[in-house]
Design a protein. Sequence first.
Length: 136
Amino acid sequence: MAQPLRDTLEISDFDMHRPCIFCGSAECDPDEMDVWVTHMVTWHGYKVVSDTPGDSKGERPRLIQLKQVGWSEHARFQANQRVQVKAGVLQREYAHRHGTIVGYNPATSEFAVAFADKPTLGVMLPADLEVSASAR
């Protein structure tokens, strides 16, 4: 099931290795905290609020707190905005579906859209999306 972006997150190097809860990316590895944070900042619009180092004995984890701030004001859609996929989209399995914006890649201008049913995530250009009628 797709999850909307949360206002705040805490991640630690004691967390289990699992795909990103928002987009399924494998970059959310607690052994590679900096890669994980870069993914959350770049794709999901978070900023680091605090970064508390763990202890040298490994008894206390490194803990990073993140806050959802969105992405560029030039992006067509904002975090957690409800959208509908247009009929003419090349990826036919997404046509006419309603979803939630959970990511943005500024390099390609693509948005990650989470859906309630499978496939639960799609990456699409802004031209393939419109604000959902139920969100207006």
